[in-house]
Design a protein around this ligand. Structure first.
Ligand code: FHN
Length: 674
């Protein structure tokens, strides 16, 4: 009899394994159905909560840590574990948290079930390093959140770290045991005991023990327990760094840009996650909170580009949202109360933007929504749109109060007139039935390069997309209008120019503005290695274009190198007397960008035989270092035809850093001489 039962169970288990669908081969209709709620949601709350809230960012006289405090402050495991006895969030109220999120217009909550520190924020049967066994709190906050989300109609999701600093087997040769005997059993608990989950949001996948293959296996594992759950692209190894989008056919249902928003619209699902201040976990000293108006614009920008916005709160060890976060959520909710229908359920429209201050979305009923910052208006009450053409007789409404908005077609586009001036932080939203304007095709500047370096003088040729076009241009970086100079024949250039060109064509809206920077430089440049694909700006000429990148490094104008030294050779074409050499580098450690350890300058008359003239050692990276762009200058009185700069990268992120052991970044711009 026993044998028969065993054979039956073995048969059932085997059939179960064989019968498991391959969730990686999901048909598009099924995939779209599964993504639907998430695409409609557009807006979610991220919560980083755990033992790190006890020190609240402060340790041994420094107060700049966050959820990485154990690693960055090198707190021994046994010492860190003592935080558990101090974790007693008696003021935790799951309903209050969920209602604040709901009131803000958020549709899902992603909370850290386990962050890198290995502490489980639920009553885990797999580990006693959890909130139920190690803290005076003893309750199960994830259970209470699951119930509260059920009551208030939000989706509960879990952030779960693959990397684990606490589990003794979670590295090296024993990693497989950690994965099979700890990571998966814990996920099984979360997937079978807290009801239907919206998303499993993996993180910490960058460790060398983790592979794409293990990610695909884990994806199947999770989906086999909750077939309708969504899983981000950090389950595997396909994430493109902080830019977050999936490379190749790597596993995961959506991309995860972090602390940044895609520059363009994407037809691929993606979600930008961001902090309200500068820390994910609670930091008592961090009062650097963003304005609610800016966070709302981030949400609008994400929705316009077809993405979601996951905005983070780091609760205190008492179980409270910081007062600033409560205030921000309330202010965002006030705006979402009136304008949420332009976000929730929306999708990207044919045109997602019109300049920096106007965005578009489209509702499922076809309604076009226009989001306009106060800066989009002409200082009066008028707004000019070129990319949306209201249907004849269309009623245009301002969502704030349902006011009907007057509009009229003009040669430049459609002019909308508000009854009153928008306030400086307003985001005005108009709804209308409209069709996308047909833009004139964009012209080309020269050979289409966005930066051109020329010596002394050159001719600037502008090319229309077709013979019906008239080109209007500027050379000072301003946006061309019908009143700007009309292009006729190649323009002689003796100085650097910020070129902007628009094409005008009868029956069409003027083209997008095409721009390029033509630099009258003293030198040609050779660079090795090539910069990383995502940080090539305008190629090597970027180093000579006279424009410095900023700390907000995604805005281009930096050349980024991942884990590599850099060599740049300037050729003046003939011997040149110089006095000083300079190079500008970026430090932004939260994005794994560090200054080089040294800058070496050499000269040569033939580009083959070099004389090292000077070597400058740069400040050593340390956790307290603030973001900074700095130009490093060295006196160098010499007459030479060639200058060579060698920048030595730190190579790997330092041991105290969140990316410890991973390739660091070296960002460089503006190699110049005087
Ligand atoms: O190391 C984590 C960090 O602590 C935080 O959780 C962010 C949020 O997505 N993810 C990792 C850094 O990329």
């Amino acid at each position: 009899m026993r044998k028969a039962i065993f054979l039956w169970l073995a048969f059932v288990w085997t059939v179960g394994l064989i019968a498991q669908p391959n969730y990686l081969q999901e048909a598009l209709p099924e995939h779209n159905a599964r993504m639907q709620w998430w695409r409609d949601a557009r807006f979610g709350l991220f919560i980083h909560w755990g033992l790190y809230a006890v020190p609240a960012g402060a340790w041994q006289g420094k107060d700049y840590y966050g959820e990485w405090i154990m690693e960055e402050a090198k707190i021994p495991v046994k010492t860190y574990e003592t935080f558990a006895s101090q974790f007693n969030p008696t003021r935790f109220d799951a309903d209050a948290w969920v209602q604040m999120a709901k009131r803000a217009g958020m549709k899902y909550i992603v909370i850290t079930s386990k962050h890198h520190d290995g502490f489980s924020l639920w009553n885990s049967a797999t580990s006693d390093y959890d909130v139920a066994d190690r803290t005076p709190f003893r309750r199960d906050p994830l259970r209470e959140l699951a119930d509260a989300c059920q009551r208030h109609g939000l989706r509960l999701c879990f952030y779960h770290s693959i990397m684990d600093w606490h589990h003794p087997q979670a590295k090296g040769e024993t990693f497989a045991q950690y994965r099979e005997q700890f990571l998966k059993p814990q996920l099984h608990e979360l997937l079978t005991q807290y009801g239907p989950l919206g998303v499993l949001w993996f993180d910490g996948e960058w460790i060398e023990e983790w592979t794409e293959e293990q990610g695909r296996d884990l994806y199947q594992f999770v989906r086999s327990r909750q077939p309708n759950i969504l899983i981000n692209n950090r389950v595997g190894k396909g994430r493109n760094g902080m830019q977050g989008m999936t490379q190749g056919n790597a596993v995961g249902d959506f991309g995860t840009p972090e602390q940044e928003i895609l520059g363009e619209k994407s037809a691929v699902d993606w979600e930008s996650c961001m902090t309200m201040n500068t820390h994910w976990g609670y930091n008592r000293a961090d009062k650097n909170f963003k304005k609610s108006a800016d966070l709302l614009w981030n949400l609008v920008d994400c929705a316009a580009k077809g993405g979601n916005y996951l905005l983070n709160v780091g609760p205190t060890a008492e179980g409270l949202f910081p007062a600033e976060s409560v205030d921000i959520l309330a202010k965002m909710g006030n705006w979402m109360d009136k304008h949420g229908k332009a976000i929730h359920g929306s999708r990207a429209w044919v045109h997602h933007a019109e300049g920096p201050n106007i965005r578009y979305t489209q509702g499922t009923d076809g309604t076009v929504y226009v989001f306009a910052k106060a800066a989009a208006f002409d200082g009066q009450r008028r707004l000019l749109l070129q990319k949306a053409i209201p249907a004849v007789g269309a009623t245009v409404l301002r969502l704030t109060d349902g006011t009907k908005i007057g509009w009229k077609p003009t040669r430049e586009g459609t002019v909308f007139t508000l009854p009153d001036l928008p306030a400086v932080d307003d985001i005005v939203v108009l709804s209308m039935q409209a069709k996308p304007a047909v833009l004139a095709d964009a012209p080309t500047i020269g050979e289409g390069k966005s930066v051109v370096v020329f010596a002394k003088q050159t001719n600037l040729a502008l090319h229309p997309a077709n013979a019906r076009q008239t080109l209007r241009y500027t050379l000072d970086g301003s946006t061309p209008t019908v009143k700007s100079p009309r292009y006729g024949r190649p323009l002689p250039l003796m100085h650097s120019a910020d070129i902007r060109v628009r094409a005008y064509e009868k029956g069409k809206v003027p083209s997008e503005t095409v721009q390029a920077r033509w630099v009258s430089a003293l030198a040609g440049i050779r660079l090795q290695p090539d910069p990383a694909p995502q940080y090539t700006a305008y190629g090597p000429a970027t180093l000579l274009d006279g424009q410095h990148g900023t700390v907000d490094f995604q805005k281009g104008n930096w050349l980024g190198f991942n884990g590599k030294d850099v060599e740049a050779i300037l050729d003046f074409g003939q011997p040149k007397a110089i006095q000083r050499v300079m190079a500008t580098c970026l430090r932004r450690q939260s994005s794994w960008i560090f200054w080089p350890t040294a800058l070496e300058w050499a000269t040569s008359d033939d580009g083959i035989h070099w004389t090292v003239r000077t070597t400058e050692s740069l400040p050593v990276a340390d956790p307290a270092a603030a973001d900074e762009r700095r130009t490093f200058a060295q006196p160098l009185s010499v007459t030479t035809r060639y200058i060579r700069l060698r920048a030595t990268s730190i190579g790997k992120c330092p041991t105290w850093h969140s990316g410890a052991g991973s390739d660091s970044w070296l960002f460089i711009d503006e190699v110049s001489v005087e």
